[in-house]
Design a protein around this ligand. Structure first.
Ligand code: UD1
Length: 436
């Protein structure tokens, strides 16, 4: 993996808590929109230029895979250019597939383009088992023949044909994969029970910009009229709603006053609702939001993660940090991923009082968290611990920062810009400093 050479897997974040965040920040492009859109660029006969692509480890892995398949794929400042005219392989390398589950997004485009794709089961990950059965069943409904041998999967189809695909659960990735496979299929595909996330609307807009005929994204029924070819285009990615939400929660936890620019408040309705119930002041404008909090938050008796437009699982950990400082008992139920409470033990080590019963966390608010050394077990858990560190009394060291780097562009610079006392330290540098 090329990755960002400056980011070392062993980096720590060191945070001196207690500064209220204040100031104005512009939010970077959405990772979860950029990944499927980069995969979909394989469908174009021509060059695709995608603007506002965040500089993240997961994006680097996707570009590595595209290059491995024979594409030209490179950053030009904040844009990524993909020329897939010389793509020659339909084999997603096992090592890269294991590094990033989102490589599964390439299945639909490769199948549509080459009539065949070879991939590997992405396997479980830190937040629980993440199956791809819905992706494969959807592709089978479009006429793909699927053979599984151990972890290796081969999908073949001479020409995909439009069909009705019924999803038992509104999986974001399966919806996107089926859309991407269906755009070059013969005839009409209807996806019933589709996921409704804003990133799916962004994928629809991108596919249509290339000449596809897709409608319905944002509702639970998506219609795709197959076309014979797609062309290159220029496209701008939506702002990252999870990064926006993380900054909003951090502003509230630190009892600060922060303005977010370049955001889409309508993508954050469920978070705005929870924060307002807890007493946070939020002013919403056109592509702008102001967050202010001066008092201790009130407990929120029920937050439940569910598919969009309900409360996102990707903000559950951050909101748990916030509610761990509230006045009273809050309850959070996680219904999307079974293993997504790894941050609880770490928050408790900082003084939080949280009890977990199966998929429900009972959070008895405490007046103060205290800095200590904690481990970022996954991307969003890591963000939650950074927020906890910003609010805590004393010094917090967050280890395993490479998880956070998968989804936040230099999170320490983002919070430093808002007045947070946070720096990145690499143990190697610390060792060499000591040696001097
Ligand atoms: C996407 C997001 C991720 C977010 C998640 C839920 C990207 C790159 N990632 O992940 O940040 O947390 O949506 O909002 O967009 N499932 C199956 N079979 C399948 C597919 C999914 O059982 O074939 C299950 C999963 O195990 C999980 C649930 O469905 O329990 C949701 O998964 P899904 O919506 O597919 O999430 P992702 O697309 O992987």
């Amino acid at each position: 993996m090329s990755g960002n050479p400056e980011v070392k897997p062993l980096d720590n974040l060191v945070i001196e808590g207690g500064n209220p965040l204040s100031g104005t920040i512009r939010i970077h492009g959405a990772k979860n929109a950029a990944l499927p859109i980069l995969a979909a660029s394989l469908l174009a006969e021509g060059t695709v230029t995608i603007h506002n692509v965040p500089r993240l480890l997961d994006i680097d892995v996707m570009l590595d895979i595209l290059r491995d398949l024979g594409c030209k794929a490179y950053y030009m400042d904040r844009s990524v250019v993909v020329d897939s005219s010389l793509a020659s392989s339909s084999h997603i390398p096992e090592g890269l597939m294991r590094q990033m589950r989102s490589s599964v997004f390439l299945t639909g485009p490769l199948l549509a383009r080459f009539g065949e794709v070879q991939l590997y089961q992405p396997g479980g990950c830190a937040i629980g088992e993440r199956k791809i059965d819905l992706h494969l069943r959807g592709l089978a409904a479009l006429g793909a023949e699927i053979q599984e041998k151990g972890s290796r999967i081969v999908c073949r189809a001479g020409q995909l044909s439009g069909a009705e695909v019924i999803l038992d659960f509104p999986s974001v990735g399966a919806t996107e994969n089926i859309m991407m496979a269906a755009v070059l299929a013969k005839g009409r595909t209807t996806i019933v029970g589709a996921a409704r996330e804003p990133e799916i609307q962004d994928l629809q807009a991108f596919l249509n910009e290339m000449g596809a005929q897709v409608t319905g994204a944002g509702t639970d029924t998506i219609l795709v009229e197959g076309v014979s070819s797609l062309t290159g285009c220029d496209f701008e990615i939506i702002p990252d709603r999870i990064v926006s939400g993380t900054v909003m929660v951090a502003a509230a936890v630190s009892r600060g006053d922060v303005t977010l620019e370049g955001v889409q408040p309508r993508h954050l309705t469920s978070l705005i609702h929870v924060l307002r119930r807890a007493g946070v002041q939020i002013e919403v404008g056109n592509a702008i939001m102001k967050i202010g909090a001066s008092a201790r938050p009130k407990a929120v008796e029920r937050v439940m993660t569910s598919p969009y437009p309900a409360f996102p699982t990707d903000l559950q950990a951050q909101v748990m940090t916030f509610l761990s400082l509230a006045d009273g008992v809050s309850v959070i139920k996680e219904t999307i991923f079974e293993g997504r409470f790894k941050h609880v033990d770490e928050l408790c080590r900082m003084g939080a009082d949280i009890r977990v019963d199966l998929n429900t966390a009972f959070i008895r608010g405490v007046p103060q968290l205290y800095g200590t050394t904690v481990e970022a077990t996954d991307l969003r858990a890591g963000a939650a611990l950074v927020i906890a560190g910003l609010a805590a009394q004393g010094r917090t060291v967050v280890e395993q920062v490479h998880h956070i780097d998968r989804g936040y562009e230099r999170i320490e610079e983002m919070f430093r810009l808002l007045g947070g006392d946070i720096v990145r330290e690499s143990p190697e540098r610390l060792i060499s400093n000591h040696a001097r």
